[in-house]
Design a binder for this molecule. Structure first.
Ligand code: HEM
Length: 498
């Protein structure tokens, strides 16, 4: 197929035109306006040879040390402006929220949700869907009492699974994922799934695989040359995962539709359907409450709300096993303040060291290293540089969470980053794992509650250690790089403390 393409004169004519346009736009625009600096791009390849596609966030962070906090890189013909360091990322996303607040919908993101839903939409549709999700999650007590009860219930199921392992070393990734996903499932569908349910297991497997594949080099290449899609095995597989996932969620939504009772609202899907019906019965034009926005909002929330929280819990247990003196301090604090009763969110203020450890886990785990790509919604002059409307922007969260001018020991796991001299918890504005501004994560308060309750409940009951014959030093904290950064597959022992 590729051969036929290369032999076609249309292909070569298009290529020459693209090269001409690329050189022309580069040359003429640079003459007129001061654009962010960057490594000199090569024809067609751009700066692909200047970056490591296998660890893009780190290599862009390195480039920022040479080119400054606002710089340009070309991925093939695609121009991207990178924002690096706390001050710059905050200034752009918060002080210029409107200009830097659109989402760049890459080809693979378009494939995923056709620009419906929340994550990969823009304009009025995005505003309405984001607002609806935020108010609905809030009405259902996201980050408050109601979700606290659900999370505590799920903690018991999770603990049971850990107990079944009887202190033997095992890979905890799946069951932690199941527990985290059940929270967002309850919020979406009003029900949790059994960990042994094959349909639920398949949904989780697809979710994790999709998030991982989205960050692989093959899919980055696909984003640059989408016409190559059918020749890329990983893209074909990813599309199959997306289709299967879609079918499964459509099935669940259809079941909920059949049993819907307007008097009884069972969470997100029901709330959406009720809003749709109310609009249909009123004179207000219904532009946004239709099946596509429902389906893709649900898929977005499940994807965004499962892997993220699950990976952070995994990171925390791994760090605890690697740094036993830190685990000692957390467990001493939990013993002293909570004892053996169930931890409540209320306890957080009396557990400053534990809270600091969870924050430091999120900083070092750095699970969404480049946020999601943004796009400028209008021409903007930023830090003296001109950035054109429609330019892709990467807010480099790695460069914020590891900013050398802001953190005392940026590359070391150090809970003191969040403690004062008296051992009291201190907030840090530089702590930005949920990003900032208009597109900031909408699940922050729910995620923070989940992390606190799951992590403290586990550390209350279990001592986490490396498998027999493996030393703490040998535990590998290099991430598995996908769209998110997750711990590499590993085994730990969870030894009962009671
Ligand atoms: C530890 C857990 C989590 C982390 C670290 C995290 C981080 C992020 C980040 C970095 C973004 C991109 C922001 C940007 O583009 O600037 C984001 C977006 C988003 N997150 Fe989260 N997230 C977490 C959990 C959740 C949960 C539990 C939910 C669901 C309730 C959720 C729903 C979303 C949604 C819908 C967006 C898209 C917002 C938009 O485009 O307007 N996240 N998250």
């Amino acid at each position: 197929m590729l051969e036929v393409l290369f032999q076609s004169s249309l292909f070569w004519a298009t290529l020459c035109l693209l090269v001409f346009l690329f050189l022309h736009s580069n040359f003429s625009s640079k003459k007129k306006r001061r654009e962010p600096p960057g490594p000199k791009p090569l024809v067609l390849l751009g700066n692909l040879l200047h970056v490591d596609l296998k660890r893009l966030d780190s290599s862009l962070f390195d480039l920022s040390k040479k080119y400054g906090p606002v710089f340009t890189v070309y991925f093939g013909l695609k121009k991207v402006v990178v924002l690096a360091g706390y001050r710059t990322v905050k200034q752009a996303l918060v002080n210029h929220a409107e200009e830097f607040g659109d989402r760049e919908v890459t080809p693979v993101f378009h494939d995923f949700s056709k620009e419906f839903g929340i994550l990969f939409s823009n304009g009025e549709r995005w505003k309405e869907m984001r607002r609806f999700a935020l108010t609905t999650l809030r009405d259902f007590g996201m980050g408050k009492r109601l979700s606290e009860g659900k999370i505590i219930e799920e903690c018991h199921y999770l603990i049971e699974e850990f107990e079944k392992q009887e202190g033997k070393a095992f890979n905890n990734a799946k069951i932690i994922d199941y527990a985290a996903s059940n929270i967002i499932s309850v919020i979406m569908f009003g029900k949790r799934f059994e960990y042994q349910d094959p349909a639920f297991q398949a949904m989780m497997k697809r979710n994790r695989e999709s998030i991982h594949l989205t960050g692989t080099t093959s899919i980055l290449i696909y984003n640059l040359f989408p016409w190559l899609g059918p020749c890329i095995k990983k893209w074909r597989y990813l599309m199959k995962l997306a289709e299967d996932g879609k079918e499964q969620i459509i099935g669940i939504i259809e079941d909920l539709k059949q049993t819907q009772n307007p008097e009884l609202c069972r969470y997100f899907v029901d709330a959406f359907l009720t809003r749709k019906q109310n609009l249909e019965e009123s004179d207000i034009k219904n532009l946004h409450y239709h099946d596509d926005n429902l389906l893709y909002s649900v898929m977005n929330l499940i994807a965004a709300g499962s892997d993220t929280t699950g990976s952070t819990i995994q990171w925390c247990l791994l760090f605890m096993a690697k740094y036993p003196h830190i685990q000692d301090k957390v467990q001493e604090e939990l013993n002293r303040v909570v004892g053996s009763r169930q931890v409540q969110v209320e306890d957080r203020k009396n557990l400053p060291y534990t809270d600091a450890v969870i924050h430091e886990t999120q900083r070092m785990g750095n699970i969404v290293p480049m946020a999601l790509p943004h796009k400028t919604s209008q021409d903007v002059t930023f830090q003296g540089y001109f950035i054109e409307k429609g330019t892709t922007v990467f807010p480099l969260l790695t460069s914020v969470l590891f900013d050398e001018s802001e953190w005392e020991t940026p590359n070391t796991f150090n809970p003191s980053h969040f403690l004062d001299r008296e051992g009291r918890f201190i907030r840090s504005d530089v702590f930005m794992p949920f990003s900032a501004g208009r597109r900031m994560c909408i699940g922050e308060s729910l995620a923070r509650m989940e992390l606190f309750l799951f992590i403290t409940s586990l550390l209350q009951r279990f001592r986490f250690t490396p498998p027999p014959g493996v030393s703490e030093d040998e535990l590998d904290v290099t991430p598995l790089v996908g769209f998110t950064l997750t711990p590499l597959p590993h085994k730990l022992r969870a030894v009962s403390r009671q």
